[in-house]
Design a protein around this ligand. Structure first.
Ligand code: BGC
Length: 353
């Protein structure tokens, strides 16, 4: 009787452990995590959260950063394939450069999860875990629309645009989401883009590089010696930081009655949040990297346990419709950042001081 009870308890504990860890009958399983760069705060956080959560769930983790170099990432992923990773998670430096590795992974039946950025033009992408990228851009566009009160004032208002890396599929999607909101106002003349640069190719920023965004912004600001810039739609924080640095050095807001443009961003980087507290960036999209990391661990567990993988959307990568899980982005600004970022434990007040 007593023996049966102990056996039952051990059995229950084993079942619970298996559900949590995804390690049914095969020792420790290794996952490969390939991140694009350590230059941006967010990828360090993504990597660290995933590593922590996978380890807590009993996995061995091979986490690598590619220094923003597509060829380095390719050899790192190939190494993950050759060293026994059971699933590989990739946030690509360049969306279409990993085909060779994806084909090799498929031959070895290693599922690949595109993380945050979609892997393009290859059918061997098993799943995609991300935030709703179109919605990110849409929220940025709506923020500008509402902050400038485009629907209730006559304007016209001046706006400039800075988008992301053409090699990152997300960049075009963010821009499209924002443009779908703002284009009608450009068409009607309520918004005016003095540089005339409103198409993605003209406003893109290779590698999302701050210095590149800054250099382009400096050349644009030259057009505004006698005009206000009312808004600058930036797709993320690294580009917004470049624009803010350019404005800081060559845009005299005091001579314009203290008028500083409305500036959007994404990621809620510490530097951008400090800029926000200083009145130099107006908002940033908050994509809680803890949520995406957790979702990815759930996906991997479901894959390795042979369960149905939970998805809520699909994204076309030009070779297949990739089953996707989209998390929900929100924005943080000066009015709600405490609730969104501090109360949630993402940052402490001291982090932003
Ligand atoms: C991510 C953004 C990030 C950008 C630059 C995008 O793919 O979705 O969160 O700011 O890359 O790293």
């Amino acid at each position: 009787m007593f023996g049966k009870k102990i056996l039952g308890t051990i059995l229950c504990a084993a079942i619970a452990f298996t559900a949590l860890t995804g390690c049914a009958g095969g020792g420790t399983k290794k996952v490969g995590i390939s991140m694009p760069t350590q230059d941006l705060q967010r990828w360090n956080q993504d990597g660290a959260y995933m590593e922590e959560k996978f380890k807590a769930a009993g996995y061995e983790v091979d986490l690598k950063y590619a220094g923003n170099k597509a060829d380095v990432q390719l050899s790192q992923v190939e190494d993950m394939i050759n060293t026994g990773c059971k699933v590989i998670i990739i946030a690509a430096v360049e969306a279409s450069s990993l085909g060779q590795a994806l084909d090799k992974a498929a031959k070895k039946k290693i599922p690949v999860i595109a993380y945050d950025r979609l892997l393009m033009s290859n059918e061997n992408v098993s799943y995609y875990a991300t935030f709703d990228n179109y919605k990110v851009g849409q929220i940025q566009g709506e923020f500008v629309r509402d902050a400038l009160q485009l629907d209730s004032t006559s304007g016209p208002y001046n706006i400039e645009f800075t988008a992301g890396d053409p090699g990152d599929n997300n960049a075009g999607v963010f821009f499209q989401g924002a443009m779908d909101v703002l284009k009608p106002y450009l068409d009607s003349g309520k918004l005016v883009c003095v540089s005339g640069q409103t198409d993605f190719d003209s406003v893109a920023t290779p590698k999302w590089d701050s210095a590149t965004a800054q250099a382009r912004a400096e050349s644009i600001i030259g057009n505004y010696s006698d005009k206000n810039i009312d808004a600058w739609l930036c797709s993320n924080d690294s580009t917004a930081q470049g624009v803010v640095t350019a404005l800081d050095s060559s845009y005299n807001s005091e001579g314009r009655g203290g008028q500083w443009p409305i500036i959007t961003g994404q990621d809620c980087d510490i530097v951008s949040m400090q800029n926000m507290l200083a009145g130099k960036q107006t908002m940033s999209i908050f994509k809680d990297t803890r949520t995406l990391a957790e979702r990815t661990v759930i996906m991997v567990n479901q894959i390795l346990n042979g369960e149905t993988v939970e998805t809520n959307s699909e994204y076309d990568n030009k070779a297949k419709k990739v089953p996707s899980y989209l998390c929900d982005p929100v924005f943080a600004d000066i009015n709600n950042y405490k609730e969104i970022l501090i109360d949630s434990g993402y940052y402490s007040e001291a982090d932003l001081a």
